[in-house]
Design a protein around this ligand. Structure first.
Ligand SMILES: Nc1ncnc2c1ncn2[C@@H]1O[C@H](COP(=O)(O)OP(=O)(O)OP(=O)(O)O)[C@@H](O)[C@H]1O
Length: 245
């Protein structure tokens, strides 16, 4: 049986009378690329914040690699790399310097940090930009550096929240290929939150479709037989053809 690295049980988040995440039961398997798909406000980011232990659930529980995120967020942080929509870097520092800084914050000795940073910059396609200040990086380059930044502590899971917004179509394709490659190369579990149907279908093994805080259905992408319009049909069936791109 597949090993679960994230287990959400009855997970609920209420803000006053409003329920942002409603009684969510979901298990993510080790090594899979799982998509959280849904329109704005569906509860994807709130779910991610609870997985990271950055927001406390109103009810239910979150376990990451067997660790309770709510009671042990620091331990969970060691296992999970989180790439938000907009990554912040020290703009006056180079890509290399930024990565070394993150590495040192994670307790990696300087000599090892340099080597790891150089290798990761190369792997994410920034091998020729290591000495450029990040203030001069394009949005696509920043997201690639963001990936290197989350990978430097050797996480078991990476969580990417709308990582492609603001990147041009070619950059998006490159980014998607890079994530697939990194996941397969390292056996990484990836959680990818997006409202872009086509990106989710291209990248993910399984998808959870979210709407109004609820998990509406689970979709195995292999079962869609790579038919480009199929995920859209499922989406429209559950979400009534809401605008999604
Ligand atoms: N701190 C908060 N206080 C009150 N309501 C909140 C808070 N955070 C989120 N919400 C609400 O919870 C709902 C779910 O938000 P969430 O950000 O999780 O959705 P999402 O699926 O990630 O959407 P998006 O794609 O826009 O990021 C939204 O209606 C949002 O307004």
């Amino acid at each position: 049986m597949a090993q679960h690295v994230i287990e959400l049980t009855g997970l609920t988040k209420r803000y006053g009378d409003f329920t942002a995440v409603d009684n969510l039961d979901l298990n993510i398997r080790k090594g899979e690329i799982f998509g959280l798909l849904g329109p704005n406000g569906a509860g994807k980011s709130t779910t991610i914040l609870m997985i990271l232990g950055l927001t406390e659930p109103t009810a239910g529980s979150v376990s990451v690699c067997g660790i309770n995120s709510t009671t042990s967020p620091v331990e969970v942080k060691r296992k999970v790399g989180y790439l938000p929509e907009d990554v912040g870097f020290y703009e006056d520092m180079t890509g290399m310097e930024n990565l070394i800084y993150t590495a040192e914050l994670n307790g990696i000795p300087l000599s090892e940090a340099r080597e790891k940073a150089a290798s990761l910059l190369h792997r994410v396609g920034l091998g020729n930009e290591t000495e450029k200040r990040t203030g001069k990086y394009s949005k696509g380059m920043r997201q690639r550096l963001g990936l290197a930044d989350v990978l430097i502590k050797d996480p078991e899971i990476i969580i990417l929240d709308e990582p492609t917004s603001g990147i041009d179509p070619t950059g998006v394709q490159d980014f998607i290929h890079l994530i697939r490659h990194l996941s397969h190369e390292n056996g990484l579990t990836v959680l990818f939150s997006s409202h872009h149907l086509h990106q989710v279908q291209q990248l993910c093994d399984r998808v959870g479709l979210f709407g109004k805080g609820r998990l509406l259905t689970l979709i195995d992408i292999n079962e869609l037989h790579n038919k480009p319009g199929e995920l859209e049909e499922v989406y429209n069936h559950y979400l009534g053809g809401n605008e999604h791109e």
